[in-house]
Design a protein around this ligand. Structure first.
Ligand code: ADP
Length: 407
C-alpha cells in the first residue's frame, strides 16, 4: 500500500444483511464491494466484487460477528482480496439509521456514543440494534481502528419546530420524543450539494427540492443548505407512496383496521409497510419496471398505481415550493429517480406554472447518470444525480479521522 493511500471500510448493517465497500479515499476509488445476505437464516452467503471479478460464497453465517469476519477475510484473500494486511483498513464508517435528536452530525464512535445510540433503539427497533452489532463486531476484530457513525436522520435535524412537531398532545413529544425525524439524509445531503457543484452555483444560496425514489422514497426541501422539511416522519412510513409502504393515509385507518377487522398491531404494521404502496394498489409488484411494463400493456391497476405515485409526488413538490417560497433546482435520485423517465415526466407534468419545464427529449431514456434535463427556458433546473451514500460515509469518516490527528 502506498503511503498516501487511506482505505476506509464502509458498512451498512441491516438486521439480516451487511453491505460493504472498501474505498480508497484519496482517489475516492471503490476497491471492493459486496453484501452478506440472510445472516442467521438458511442460505446465507457473501457476494463480493473486486478487481472486476465477482464471487458468491455460501456459508453458515450465524450472526454479525461472523459476517464481519468473512468480509475481512475476503478483503485479505489472495485471489479476490484487495489488501495484504488488516492494518491497511484505516477507519470504518457505519451507516446508522436513527440518531434521534442526539446526533446532529456524523460522529466518532466512543463509549459515550454507544450509550447514546442505545437510547435511540426505541426509535428504530429493527435497525439500530443491527448497527450496534456491526460496530461491536468491528471493535473485536479491529480494536484500534477508529469508527464513525453517519446517520440517516442527522441532515434533517435543522428542520424548524413547525415542520417536525405533530399536532397531537405535546407531551408525546416532550416525554417520548414522538416527532418527525426524516430519513435518507445522507442521500439528500449528497445530491443537493452535488447539484450545486454541477451547476457551479453556491450551495448556500439555493432552494433545492431533492426527490429520492428507491424502494423507500422521500422528498426534502433544502433552503440555503439546510433541510427545512422532509416527507418521512417518526418512521419511514410517512410521506410518499413507496414500493410497499402506503405513505400518507387518513390516520384513522389503522384504528379502523384494528377495531373493525380485528387486526393486531403487527398485522397493521405489516399491511402498511409491506403490502401497501404500488404493490398494494396494483396487486402486481413493488418494482417500478414491472409496473411500467404492465401499464404499457394497459393494465388498469398498474396504471392507477403509477398515477397515484406521481400525483402524490407532484403535490409534495408543490407544497415544498410553497414552504420555501420558491425553488431553483429539483433533483431526482435513487433507483426510480435515476432511471424512470416515465415517472419523472408524469410527476413534472402540469408544473409549468412554477417555471418548471422538462426537456422531454433529454429526459427520454436517461438512466443512472448526472444530467440537466430541464428545457433551456425552464426557470427551475431539473437534474438527475445518482446518489452515493457510501462515498458520503467515507468522506465524513476521513474528515473525522483527520480532525482527530490535528487535535
Ligand atoms: P433501495 O431503496 O432498495 O436502495 P433502489 O434505489 O435500488 O432501492 O431503487 C429500487 C427501485 O428502482 C425499484 O422500484 C426499481 O424498479 C427501480 N428501478 C431500477 N431501474 C429502473 C428502471 N430502469 N426503470 C424504472 N425503475 C427502475
Amino acid at each position: 500500500m502506498k503511503d498516501n493511500q487511506t482505505n476506509i471500510l464502509v458498512l451498512n448493517c441491516g438486521s439480516s444483511s451487511v453491505k460493504y465497500q472498501l474505498i480508497e479515499i484519496s482517489k475516492e476509488k471503490v476497491l471492493a464491494r459486496g453484501v452478506v445476505e440472510r445472516i442467521g437464516l438458511e442460505g446465507s452467503r457473501l457476494k463480493h466484487e473486486a478487481k472486476k471479478r465477482k464471487i458468491i460464497i455460501e456459508d453458515h453465517i450465524l450472526d454479525h460477528d461472523t459476517a464481519i469476519d468473512i468480509i475481512i477475510k475476503i478483503l485479505l484473500n489472495d485471489d479476490f482480496g484487495v489488501i495484504k494486511n488488516i492494518n491497511e483498513i484505516k477507519a470504518v464508517g457505519h451507516r446508522v439509521v436513527h440518531g434521534g435528536e442526539f446526533f446532529i452530525k456524523s460522529s466518532l464512535i466512543t463509549d459515550d456514543f454507544m450509550e447514546t445510540l442505545k437510547e435511540c433503539i426505541p426509535l428504530a427497533p429493527l435497525h439500530n440494534p443491527a448497527n450496534i452489532m456491526g460496530i461491536t463486531a468491528i471493535k473485536k476484530i479491529l480494536p484500534e481502528v477508529p469508527q464513525v457513525g453517519v446517520f440517516d436522520t442527522s441532515f434533517h435535524q435543522t428542520m424548524p419546530e413547525k415542520a417536525y412537531i405533530y399536532p397531537i398532545p405535546y407531551e408525546f413529544y416532550e416525554k417520548n420524543r414522538i416527532r418527525k425525524y426524516g430519513f435518507h439524509g445522507t442521500s439528500h445531503r449528497y445530491v443537493s450539494r452535488r447539484a450545486a457543484e454541477f451547476l457551479k452555483i453556491k450551495y448556500e444560496t439555493l432552494k433545492i427540492i431533492t426527490v429520492h425514489l428507491g424502494n423507500g422514497a422521500s422528498i426534502a426541501a433544502i433552503d440555503k443548505g439546510k433541510s427545512i422539511d422532509t416527507s418521512m416522519g417518526y418512521t419511514p412510513l410517512e410521506g410518499l407512496v413507496m414500493g410497499t409502504r402506503s405513505g400518507d393515509i387518513d390516520p384513522a385507518i389503522p384504528m379502523i383496521l384494528a377495531r373493525d377487522f380485528r387486526m393486531n398491531p403487527a398485522s397493521v404494521d405489516s399491511l402498511l409497510n409491506k403490502k401497501s404502496g404500488v404493490l398494494g394498489i396494483s396487486g402486481i409488484s413493488s418494482d417500478m419496471r414491472d409496473l411500467e411494463e404492465k401499464a404499457l400493456k394497459n393494465d388498469k391497476r398498474a396504471k392507477l398505481a403509477l398515477d397515484i405515485y406521481s400525483y402524490r409526488l407532484k403535490k409534495y413538490i408543490g407544497s415544498y415550493i410553497a414552504a420555501m417560497g420558491g425553488v431553483n433546482i429539483i433533483v431526482f435520485t435513487a433507483g426510480i429517480g435515476e432511471n424512470s423517465d416515465y415517472i419523472r415526466e408524469k410527476t413534472l407534468e402540469g408544473l409549468e406554472f412554477f417555471g418548471i419545464k422538462l426537456d422531454k427529449k433529454k429526459n427520454k431514456g436517461l438512466r443512472g447518470k448526472e444530467a440537466d434535463i430541464s428545457s433551456p427556458d425552464s426557470k427551475v433546473k431539473i437534474l438527475v444525480i445518482p446518489t452515493n451514500e457510501e462515498l458520503v460515509i467515507a468522506r465524513d469518516t476521513r474528515d473525522i479521522i483527520i480532525s482527530l490527528k490535528n487535535k
